[in-house]
Design a protein around this ligand. Structure first.
Ligand code: OGA
Ligand code: NI
Length: 347
């Protein structure tokens, strides 16, 4: 029998009735409905309009509380125009609908490439595959990378550049607010990131005939500083809270914000980088577009000196972001506590 090798999940599974065996999780590690919390309130939705006015300190408090408890919050009135968001979602959809041969022009399985289309998470190291294709792009400084991006669909570069420039503006406002909520100077985190980096992923989760057997992305924390996630109208994202998974269902024109490992380090464990995962859907494809904001590779990351005292000794040693990032891609999503390996060793 002739077998065809397909590099991308979308092409491998179009029309299949069963999940291929390398996507099936062991029984103890499947999305289990009894672990899902439907009773609790969802993740808080914070109105950023209030940052510029008499409500400023109240909004800072809300952000600080969400960062301490859930490590996640949602934002509205965030300043990214609705038209920019819609163009981004549409161009992502169009990209994943291109013919296979056209998409494959961007394909690479080398995680060190700045621009690449790939599948699952890291097919070179993982044992079970994830139900996802993704296009990863570096976006800051824009002029260093935009020429590498796909040029098909024809408005791809223009639409994505508009989106990621606007998303960066939102991130920078969030960094000021989060610095303030930690009691730090408003520019503290901005200045702790060296030359800054911004990456994004266009995640494409094809419909899955047996969504109870696999994940789009299994439970993981984000390795970077802060993530601003745009999702289409199909649910899938879940966050771990008190040992139960809580769904963050899409609300139009809002973003989901979550803290990554570097924020947990800078805050000296006051703020949390929290486990989250993406489930897949039986009859609908799903698109999500995280903006990963990060330190530049040479930036030295460690707990803010202002947050260290006799009662709160430094929880982490200093390291370069390049060290942390390299280790992340090597060890993969199954290492749920990479942070622990950067802890100050207790005597
Ligand atoms: C990620 C992620 C969640 C989603 O890409 O790191 O957590 O809903 N995505 O796709
Ligand atoms: Ni994530």
């Amino acid at each position: 029998m002739a077998t065809t090798t397909k590099l991308l999940l979308a092409d491998l599974v179009s029309g299949v009735k069963h999940v291929p065996s390398n996507y099936i999780r062991p029984i103890s590690d499947r999305p289990n409905l009894s672990d899902i919390d439907i009773s609790e309130a969802s993740i808080s939705l914070i109105d950023l309009q209030g940052l510029n006015g008499p409500n400023h300190s109240h909004v800072i408090e809300q952000i600080g509380l969400a960062c301490q408890t859930d490590g996640f919050f949602q934002v509205k009135n965030h300043g990214v125009p609705e038209a920019t968001i819609n163009k981004m979602l549409n161009i992502a959809k169009e990209f994943f609908r291109l013919p296979e041969s056209e998409r494959l022009k961007s394909y690479s399985d080398d995680p060190t490439r700045a621009t690449r289309l790939s599948t699952s998470f890291n097919i070179k190291t993982e044992t079970v595959s994830n139900w996802r294709d993704f296009l990863r792009l570096h976006c800051y400084p824009l002029q260093d990378f935009v020429h590498e991006w796909p040029s098909n669909p024809p408005s791809f570069r223009e639409d994505v550049a508009e989106y990621c420039t606007s998303a960066r503006g939102l991130v920078l406002r969030l960094l000021e607010a989060i610095s303030e909520s930690l009691g730090l100077r408003r520019d503290y985190i901005y200045k702790a990131l060296g030359k800054h980096g911004q990456h994004m992923a266009l995640n494409y989760y094809p419909p899955c005939p047996q969504p109870e057997l696999t994940y789009g992305l299994p439970g993981h924390t984000d390795v970077n500083l802060i993530t601003v996630l745009l999702q289409d109208d199909v649910p899938g994202l879940q966050v771990l809270r008190n040992g139960k998974w809580v769904a963050i269902n899409p609300i139009p024109n809002t973003f989901v914000v979550n803290l990554g490992d570097q924020m947990q380090v800078i805050s000296n464990d006051l703020f949390k980088s929290v486990l989250h995962r993406a489930l897949v859907n039986i009859n609908k494809e799903r698109i999500s577009i995280p903006t990963f904001y990060c330190p530049s590779p040479d930036a030295v990351i460690g707990p803010a000196t202002e947050l260290i005292d006799d009662d709160h000794p430094a929880a982490y040693r200093k390291f370069t972001y390049a060290d942390y990032y390299r280790r992340f891609w090597k060890e993969g999503l199954d290492t749920q506590c990479l942070l622990d390996k950067f802890k100050v060793s207790t005597p």
